[in-house]
Design a protein around this ligand. Structure first.
Ligand code: IVH
Length: 667
């Protein structure tokens, strides 16, 4: 009995793997989903009846598993690098000409493949078995996400055929475009916030501590590179694709090989024509030198290999209908017109709203309610209405009028001196209050988790919070009176509030939201005064002399503290135990010898830590951090997907350093 059960289980596993392969790798299933599910069910039943048959390699083990408590860390065998990128065909051609200059008289074939817009992963197979899967992390050490990656059907637990003894393989986990749209529909129905784009939802899915949630997400993988390899001889990148296929690993459906500028450009054009039909989102093409020997000769720059570049396709434009224009009241009372759009997918995100900035902008672009508008979005950039199709008007379109009263509190609005912004000047306006509290609690300010828009709206409308100081008198009874807030959330919220009491002074100053006072001036003020009391009692002249503060900001701070009500908020914050003084800075062993002394830094792109933390590290070592690149910038710390700041730094000849280089400097 057991012998035949064992034989049937083996047969079922083989069949299921085979159908997985047909479905995922070849996109040509030969059985229906239902038949597949039946095979799967039969195997599951057999394994449950005969636990001795269960095996970690079984396809049934790809779903579920015990929830994780946290991710442990994995050190990559070979570092995970990132790429230089460009949006310009001319720069791409220049990349190839540089290769030709560096390797004169050699033929230099390059491979062109889709740049998959997902989350980078590294899979390690030992003797054909999946040992672990990890995120990129800082390039050297990543999170162990094996439990989650095991649930992805196109990641085999065991390789087919003759597997190398060690195969560290890199690729991108993506969420299918179709599945993404369905997932979002379901989330909206359940009252959950939708994901912004397939990449974010793939990243969110991989970060789940409970793999059974990941298992429900429509994820896939495309593999495109190697780390450490033992027991296989590869001399060119193009040999990798057939090898991966043989092993049962998924690769991009199309790739090209070229050895001239012209052929490279024609490949990226062809890719652009067909990429919308791929099941995953792509945002560009990656061009890589094919020969490993040539790669070795070319080597690396500070940030990335000289033998590869990512070319990103230009911003995508779509058209959609402008249903209405509504008004949002900001934290300083500015009324911002926002477009309510017929939802459209543009560059991977569903867009239903876009800011129209101000009335002047609407007039300049002649945007009318009911118009078909042109939306543009590039990469990380927020979608913008760039124009209208006046030629498609039918006559029922309406011109927009800025309201004369605040839509929230009804008080009369005022134009500012420049006559551009319209402002609600009622300091008690509930919309402004909500925005001020949201800002105070936000990650960049006091970082109080759980106090987002929905929570703050409830707190303000129930009259539980009238200013930021009231956050510190919330208790279990008050929070318990809110809708959908259970005991666990109450504990978390109170703990988050408590933890925020010890935040550094600049966060408090920034969080309070004084007009014109941003992160840089908050930092400058905190390090100059080190105490709220000293700041509060300072003269306008003293304020204006502080670098990074200046005249306008200085006057605004001075006026702020002249208001009795504002001083009172600080008194109540202090009484609640919120930190009001900064300790003296930790003395740097030899400040002048620190490589950071008197340097100015700009931080950009995606890094392994929040930017604020990195900024604190730099400042503690005697450096300064600024928000924009100029000739005075000493270093640009560029993370993944750095954009315009990186371009500007290159233009100005500012030194660019990546996270690995930065860590070296710290050491
Ligand atoms: S090659 C040193 N190939 O894009 C080589 N990367 O901007 C490193 N990506 O970090 C990567 N598709 O996360 C490569 N076909 C592809 C890719 C790809 C997407 C991602 C990857 C990489 C980033 C570079």
């Amino acid at each position: 009995m057991t012998a035949s059960a064992a034989a049937r289980a083996a047969e079922l596993r083989r069949l299921i793997e085979e159908h997985n392969q047909r479905y995922y790798q070849e996109a040509a299933p030969t059985i229906s989903d239902r038949e597949y599910d039946e095979l799967y069910r039969e195997l599951l039943d057999l394994e449950q009846q005969h636990p001795e048959l269960a095996s970690a390699d079984s396809p049934t083990q790809k779903v579920g598993g015990a929830p994780l408590t946290a991710f442990s860390q994995v050190t990559h065998r070979a570092p995970m690098l990132s790429l230089d990128n460009t949006y310009s065909e001319e720069e791409l051609a220049e990349f190839y000409r540089r290769l030709q200059r560096l390797l004169p008289d050699e033929k230099i074939p390059v491979v062109i493949e889709p740049k998959v817009d997902g989350v980078a992963v590294s899979l390690l197979y030992e003797n054909g078995k999946l040992k672990y899967a990890a995120t990129r992390g800082d390039g050297t050490v990543g999170d162990d996400i094996t439990q989650n990656v095991r649930t992805i059907r196109s990641v085999p637990l065991v390789l087919k055929g003759n597997a190398p003894t060690l195969l560290e393989i890199r690729g991108e986990v993506y969420m299918e475009k179709r599945g993404f749209a369905q997932l979002n529909e379901a989330r909206i129905k359940e009252g959950l916030p939708p994901f912004a784009n397939p990449r974010n939802s793939a990243a969110g899915s991989l970060k789940q501590l409970d793999p059974s949630i990941t298992a429900q997400r429509p994820l896939g993988v495309v593999l495109y590179g190697t780390g450490a390899v033992e027991g296989a001889e590869l001399s060119r990148h193009s040999e990798l694709f057939p090898l991966l296929k043989k092993l049962g690993l998924n690769t991009a459906e199309r790739w090209w090989i070229a050895d001239s500028e012209e052929d490279i450009l024609s490949a990226i054009h062809e890719l652009d024509r067909i990429r919308r039909d791929f099941v995953y989102e792509t945002d560009g093409a990656v061009v890589k030198v094919d020969s490993f020997k040539q790669r070795e000769a070319l080597g690396f720059t500070a940030k990335s290999p000289r033998w590869a570049i990512a070319y990103k396709y230009a911003a995508e434009r779509v058209q959609t209908r402008l249903h209405d224009i509504f008004i949002q009241v900001g934290r300083t009372g500015v009324l911002t017109p926002v477009a309510a759009l017929e939802p459209v997918l543009v560059s991977g995100s569903t867009v239903a709203r876009a800011t129209l900035h101000n009335a002047e902008e609407i007039q300049r672009k002649d945007i009318r309610i009911g118009d078909i508008v042109v939306l543009e979005k590039a990469g990380e950039v927020i979608p913008a209405v760039v124009g209208v199709r006046a030629d498609l008007r039918v006559g029922s379109e309406r011109e927009f009028q800025m309201p004369t009263n605040c839509p929230e509190c009804g008080s009369t609005v005022q134009k500012d001196e420049a006559q551009v912004a319209t402002r609600c000047v009622n300091a008690q306006c509930p919309a402004q209050l909500r925005r001020r509290i949201e800002h105070f609690a936000s990650r960049g300010a006091m970082d109080i988790e759980g106090f987002g828009e929905a929570m703050v709206t409830q707190l303000v409308s129930k009259g539980l919070v009238g200013d930021v100081a009231d956050l510190y008198s919330l208790d279990a009874a008050k929070l318990g009176s809110l809708e959908r807030v259970g005991d666990k959330s109450i504990r978390n919220l109170l703990e988050a509030v408590r933890a925020s009491k010890g935040r550094p002074l600049w966060r408090l100053l920034f969080g309070i939201g004084i007009l014109h006072v941003g992160v840089t001036s908050s930092r400058a003020l905190a390090s100059h005064f080190r105490s709220i009391e000293r700041l509060m009692n300072s003269a306008a002249e003293e304020l204006q002399q502080i670098p990074d503060v200046g005249e306008v900001v200085g006057a605004s701070i001075h006026a702020f503290f002249q208001e009795r009500g504002n001083r009172n908020v600080f008194e109540r914050l202090a009484a609640a135990g919120v930190r009001m003084v900064d300790d003296a800075p930790a003395p740097v062993a030899d400040a002048a010898a620190s490589p950071f002394a008197a340097t100015t830094w700009v931080i950009t792109g995606t890094l392994s830590q929040p930017r604020e933390e990195i900024a604190e590290t730099i400042i503690a070592r005697g450096g300064k951090v600024s928000g924009s690149v100029s000739k005075k910038t000493s270093y640009l710390l560029a993370g993944e997907d750095a954009g315009s700041k990186l371009e500007k730094a290159k233009k100005l000849g500012v030194r660019v350093i990546d996270e690995a280089g930065f860590k070296k400097m710290l050491d």
